[in-house]
Design a protein around this ligand. Structure first.
Ligand code: IPM
Ligand code: MN
Length: 329
């Protein structure tokens, strides 16, 4: 089987790390037919295209999308993020953002948990507005949208995942003591779905407490489910306590499979190191492994993860070549 992969290298170090990740996929013996899409801040500056509906429709025809990073300092914040990345997440209904965090250490001090971040709602929907901007009477509002359907499908995915893991444990993270409306919807939905999964043990943590546990006791976690913004912030922290953001991978999933899912490293475009050949491609490689899992090639995904378990340092190509050689065995 040959998989059709749309490649959005994007800006900064994005193209450098995606090309290495694709080499590793090929080294794993998986047949891919790739097509590059020139999208991101640089493209926008050149001809104004961010992500047209026609391009989006083309992307729908692929089995998966591999994305490097988007965003460039010359474009104001939000333009590319909202117009490209969030547009893909929303329009392709990539409602689960799955981010695994694994460390191993000889003394048994490693951890292995995965954050399931809701990826199409919350404060990311862009509800709100500004009034009297730039005056002393300025007002800005930014709403958070939480629908029963959106919350429930994300929570159900997290329970289904927890059920397949050894520890079968799921923690809801929110801020129910302050965000009482959204928190009530999340907690009630969580409790109702939990009744369908009697073999999954559950817990609840406020997001501020979860930050302490991420640093001091990450071993307590197996699967975590949380809203879009909490998940964004927590997964940077997850990367920081799991070997650094250079290793953090993510899958933007449409579990209903009504279209392609999208896979990207958690890190950004890192314009400060672009072209130096020093970007760590491991996060992109591990994101490609998540892509293979979702395409039904988890044996190849496992081989790639095994090849990344013993970290490689050095230049982008050195890391890529070393991991590719390990994968090819
Ligand atoms: C991420 C990123 C994005 C997000 C940005 C670039 C819009 O930080 O994937 O975590 O906030 O979701
Ligand atoms: Mn983020």
């Amino acid at each position: 089987m040959t998989y059709r992969i749309a490649v959005v290298g994007g800006d900064g170090i994005g193209p450098e790390v995606t090309s290495v990740a694709l080499d590793v996929v090929r080294a794993a013996g998986v047949d891919i037919d790739t097509r590059d899409f020139d999208l991101g801040g640089a493209r926008y500056l050149r001809d104004g295209e961010i992500l047209s509906d026609a391009t989006l429709d083309e992307l729908r025809g692929f089995d998966a999308i591999l994305l490097g990073a988007v965003g460039t300092p010359e474009v104001p914040p939000g333009v590319i993020e909202r117009g490209l990345l969030l547009k893909m997440r929303f329009e392709l209904d990539l409602y689960v953002n799955q981010r695994p965090f694994v460390t191993t250490s000889g003394d048994g001090g490693g951890h292995d948990f995965v954050v399931i971040r809701e990826n199409t709602e919350g404060p990311y929907v862009g509800e709100g507005g500004a009034l009297r901007r730039g005056t002393p009477y300025e007002v800005a509002t930014q709403g958070s949208v939480n629908t029963r359907m959106g919350v429930e499908r994300c929570i159900r995915y997290a329970f289904e995942l927890a059920q397949t893991r050894e520890r079968t444990h799921l923690t809801l993270v929110h801020k129910t003591n302050v965000l009482t409306f959204a928190g009530d919807l999340w907690q009630r939905t969580f409790d109702e779905v939990a009744a369908e999964f009697p073999h999954v043990d559950t817990a609840y943590n406020h997001v501020d407490a979860a930050c302490i546990y991420f640093v001091q006791d990450p071993q307590r976690y197996d699967v975590i489910v949380t809203d879009n913004l909490f998940g964004d912030i927590l997964t940077d922290l997850g990367g920081a306590v799991s070997g650094g953001i250079g290793l953090a991978s993510s899958a933007n999933l449409n579990p209903a499979r009504t279209g392609p899912s999208m896979f990207e490293p958690v890190h950004g475009s890192a314009p400060d190191i672009v072209g130096t050949g020093t970007a760590n491609p491991t996060a992109a490689i591990l994101s490609a492994a998540l892509m293979l899992d979702f395409l039904g090639e988890s044996a190849a995904g496992d081989r790639i993860r095994a090849a990344c378990a013993d970290p490689v340092t050095g230049s982008t190509t050195h890391v890529g070549d070393t991991i590719a050689a390990r994968v090819a065995g």
